[in-house]
Each structure stands twice: as structure tokens, then as C-alpha cells.
Design a protein around this ligand. Sequence first.
Ligand SMILES: Cc1cc2nc3c(=O)[nH]c(=O)nc-3n(C[C@H](O)[C@H](O)[C@H](O)COP(=O)(O)O)c2cc1C
Length: 191
Amino acid sequence: MTEALDRAFLQARTFNAFQPREVSDALLRQLYDTLKWGPTSMNSQPGRFLFLRSAEAKKRLAPALSAGNLEKTLHAPVTVVVAQDSRFYDQLPQQFPAVNAKPMFENNAVLAQATAFRNSALQGGYLIVAARLLGLDAGPMSGFDAARVDAEFFPDGRYKTNFLVNLGFGDPAGNHPRGPRLGFDEVAQIL
Ligand SMILES: Cc1cc2nc3c(=O)[nH]c(=O)nc-3n(C[C@H](O)[C@H](O)[C@H](O)COP(=O)(O)O)c2cc1C
């Protein structure tokens, strides 16, 4: 238990540099097959995941990256585009048969967007924690132009990029000093 807590949270770091070690298809599949069990509202599972591993794919991403994220992302073994499917509700009848929820989202764009954003962000968080528990390291990023990523990888407009995650076996030499976290009494109350 202590080891799992260390690996997932207490000792886990955000990585900027990675060892020159490949991440296999099998491990990426295992990563998805782990994170998919994280809960989403009405089991909606709006997250979509594009694993950019080839040099060609990285080259397509490069123009959308902020200057500070460019080099480290090109060198990372894999970069995940965590996106949301704006029509996630099409699959709801199979995923959540208990309730006829599809019309609720289909007829309410604001609710659908909020649900897709909230739950795809959660699924991206599950991806980070699952990666760590599977022996990988992660470097999440929001410093990029989402509209450019969408235009390049999702031109039909259905998927929208939420954030990016570099993945691989981390090289701690690239880590920043760890920033402090807010204390319980600063952010929480028990009522
Ligand atoms: C959603 C998200 C977006 C982030 N965006 C960037 C980014 O664009 N560039 C960057 O270098 N770090 C980025 N970070 C990394 C954070 O600064 C880092 O996770 C945080 O400082 C905690 O570091 P630690 O895990 O090493 O303690 C991002 C992290 C998250 C979760």
C-alpha cells in the first residue's frame, strides 16, 4: 500500500525528460485498459486518446506547442492527446442502459459540453495515475494551441483536445524542484 501511494502520489513527480526507452503498444493498451475503469458520470466515458509515438506524428503536433513545451515533447517517447468526444452520448444506451440519457445530452449542448469536458479531464487524470502505477512517468501540459491540434488531428470537429501528456520512463535529471502543496487547512473544511 505504501509503495502504491508513493508511486501514484507521494513520491511521484511531473517529468520533463525521459530515458531513451520505447513504450510498447502492449503497454499503451494496458494503460487504457486500466484507466478506463475510472468512474465517469453516467459511465459516459467521453475521453478519447491519441498516442503520438512516431516522429511523423510528433512533427504534426509541433507547430501547436508553446516554445517551452516544444523540445521536451519532441523527445518524449509518447505524447498523448487527451480529447473529448462531443457526441459521447451516442454510446450511452450501451454504457448506461439503466436510464435513457441520450436525449438529455443530445438536446442540451451546454450540459453535453460540460459533461464531456469534466469527464475527459477526469479520464486524463486517471491516465496519469494509471501510468505511474504501471511503471511509466507522465508530464501533463496545457501550454499548446488546442484549435491547431484539433485542426490537425480532428478536422471533422467532433473531438476536441483537452490537454496533452508526455509519457515514458522518466529521467529525474530533467525535473524541477518540487513545489509545495497547499495544506489541508488552507483548502479544505470538514462541516
Ligand atoms: C493540466 C496540466 C497542465 C500543465 N501544463 C504544463 C505545461 O504546459 N508545461 C509544463 O512544463 N508543465 C505543465 N504542467 C506541469 C505542472 O507544472 C506540474 O505538474 C506541477 O508543478 C507539479 O509538479 P510535480 O508533480 O513534479 O510536483 C501541467 C500540469 C498539469 C496537470
